[in-house]
Design a binder for this molecule. Sequence first.
Ligand code: GLU
Length: 420
Amino acid sequence: MNAFQNALKQLKIAADAMSLDAAVLEILKNPERVVEVSLPMRMDDGSLKIFTGYRVQHSNARGPYKGGLRYHPKVDLNELRALALWMTMKCAVVGIPMGGAKGGITVDPKKLSAGELERLTRSFTRAMKDVFGPERDVPAPDVNTTPKIMAWIMDEYSKIVGQPAPAVITGKPIAIGGSAGREAATGQGAFYVLEELVKKLKIQPQKTTVAIQGFGNVGYHMAELMHKAGYKIIALSDSQGGIVDLRRRGMDPKNVMEQKHSRGLIGNMYCIGSVCDGTNYKAVANGKLLEIPCDILIPAALEHQITGKNAGRLKAKIVLELANGPTTPEADEKLKRKKIVVVPDILANAGGVTVSYFEWVQNKQGLYWSEAEVLKKLEPVMRQSFSAIWERHLKYKTTLRVAAFVLALERLRDSIQAKS
Ligand code: GLU
């Protein structure tokens, strides 16, 4: 099954659980608009290369389309259709007045020079000038896209419309209208959710081991917050692989990040030259990291990591999804049978889009908040969303994922029906 089929399956399970109106379900099964653009670009060596860019707008029933842009060699329409649907659900889960979209370019940005990356981004923005817009569709960072890339998009779009248009995109650098707290927001939001879960399950951080797959912006900030709270981070990885702390005492993510920068690979951090400390640390491949005995497993990289094939081998008690779509429906079934609690992506990683929405609000009103003010607004959103989902999980006797979809679908149904 591809990612979009997985997303549709999740939608259907929740719709059945709550007996959702059939017309509402039909509307939400298909994206409202799919845009594909061809992007010819002059490379540094003078040759011409054609890239393909996309934007999938799933639903604007609750407000302007919202969702990130990813630059990755595996970006394709089925993946983006799924990611756009999840954005609609995510925005509805946290109750923000925005819809769902996702886009990107099929490219490995690590193979482009800084100049090529800028030209490609600006050309993509020109191609999407009638698709994006502060009241229409507001993109943001996602896999491999940075505040700098957001700045180029804002700049190019502003030139086209002839006036500064900061609200066309979120996740910008603070100097040009970004929000304080946006970079750490996804991790911070997940941490509030975790605190609520910990209360329900009566977990003690000091006695809790954690494995994190993915050491980008989201994985790193979450690791930092958990380390500070006393959780033991016993395994960490990036796209090249990772490391396990065999003593299970816990690693300081800041230290791992420094080592990654100086040595290139996380898996090398326990080695000096060719001599490796194999007693205390071991390199681990990304797939194997998921199967490490630990209390909390955090997939924070790409979708489709926990599948029907490996779900049976997971040893964690909790899976906290910081990536979008890391667990397939087939795996969900297996995890449910194993009584592993899965905190779904559309709740766990919704702190990012919530602060994106705060950024958009600040841009529109031209009045900016401190980081403390942003966090003060984010915290109740995350805690209340968790409680609303927990209630539905008890009421419908379902997993937290189904409960989260039910909450989102209740809100989407109300918005759709109010207009029909
Ligand atoms: N890419 C992030 C996500 O998947 C953020 C989206 C946004 O801020 O619009 O939630």
